[in-house]
Design a protein around this ligand. Structure first.
Ligand SMILES: [Fe+2]
Length: 339
């Protein structure tokens, strides 16, 4: 059976966690043995073709608690309902298929985000902000393990307008406050998502803007997820510090790499992941891209091509991150962040 809706039972709040709180003066971050977990998938750049249904089949088999759709949904105007029906048929009518807009629907050109949010509405209780464009939510709502913060920098909205995420702007401060709030509430993991990517082995520049990206890294956001580039690519854990005051797109500095193997310590920096192959055909990656030194793995049309989903399992002490390919592909990725 597919994952059918946002099942409280699947986000397990064990008795051990309660006892742990009762036995302390104030609750401490719960140990992994408390048995609680959150399981989510994430993919962008989807469409309504065979690739999309193949990736949705993988997601259905994985039975996550929720999925983050990283934008670029139908790639065609007027078929928003068709896209939503395809998702609901594969994952169930009540499944939390959570949306952040891509550039193809933010300006209404290839479907409109305003229509997608009607047929795939928010399913996370307690969500704050504007669903589809800029929102955050904690999962589970009580005693959360993950805060998801979704923003929309670097893409055009109606009239060609961009939302203002410049330093100190209202949306910048909203983003900062959402991340700081997760820290203040001792939520173990912070995941930021947006359609546009910054560092990339493909052809796009840092569309969200380097200042915003540096702010996320300086706050040690655990994962930054994006789509946009039709590739899968994952960086090392990057950080800023005295010897690397800021990350500069297009230039690699060794001092900005906190950890370059697949077992990382939480709180040392940020891992950037693009999964823009949630259904569309992969584009090319450039092995000698000027940012290649920041990347651990990449997959594109000319290098281990794949379509598939990101697959993340979070407990209070571990974040286990994988790329699971759709049928017909073999490329995979796996790394671990530990407290
Ligand atoms: Fe796209």
């Amino acid at each position: 059976m597919f994952a059918m809706g946002f099942r409280k039972s699947s986000i397990r709040v064990g008795l051990a966690a309660v006892l742990f709180c009762l036995g302390m003066t104030g609750c401490q971050p719960a140990p992994e043995s408390d048995g609680r977990s959150v399981h989510f998938t994430a993919a962008g750049d989807i469409g309504v073709g065979k690739g999309a249904t193949r990736v949705l089949d993988v997601i259905a088999d994985l039975k996550p608690d929720l999925n983050i759709a990283l934008g670029d949904l139908s790639y065609e105007a007027g078929i928003e309902e068709k896209f939503c029906d395809m998702v609901k048929e594969k994952l169930g009518k009540e499944f939390p298929y959570q949306l952040i807009t891509g550039n193809h629907e933010s300006d209404g050109h290839d479907g409109d985000i305003e229509n997608f949010v009607k047929c795939l509405p928010n399913r996370l209780p307690g969500l704050q902000g504007e669903y589809g464009t800029q929102w955050y939510a904690d999962v589970p709502r009580e005693n959360p393990l993950v805060r998801f913060v979704m923003v929309s920098p670097g893409i055009d909205f109606h009239g060609g307008e961009r939302l203002d995420y410049s330093e100190g702007s209202e949306r910048w401060r909203w983003t900062e406050a959402a991340i700081d709030g997760a820290r203040d509430a001792n939520i173990p993991w912070t995941v930021v998502g947006m359609h546009a990517s910054c560092f990339s082995m493909g052809h796009y520049e840092c569309e969200p803007g380097a200042p915003l990206i540096n702010m996320l890294v300086s706050k040690k956001v655990d994962l930054v997820l994006s789509g946009h580039e039709h590739v899968y690519q994952r960086t090392h854990q990057l950080n800023v510090n005295d010897s690397c005051p800021r990350l500069v797109p297009g230039k690699v500095a060794g001092s900005c790499v906190a950890d370059d193997d697949d077992e990382m310590k939480e709180g040392q920096g940020t891992v950037f992941i693009t999964n823009g192959v949630g259904g569309v055909s992969p584009n090319e990656v450039s092995d000698n891209d000027s940012e290649a030194g920041y990347f651990a793995v990449w997959s594109g049309k000319n290098r281990d091509p794949a379509q598939g989903t990101l697959d993340v399992r979070a407990t209070a002490s571990k974040l286990d991150v994988r790329f699971v390919p759709a049928e017909g592909f073999s490329f995979t990725d796996n790394f671990l962040l530990e407290k």
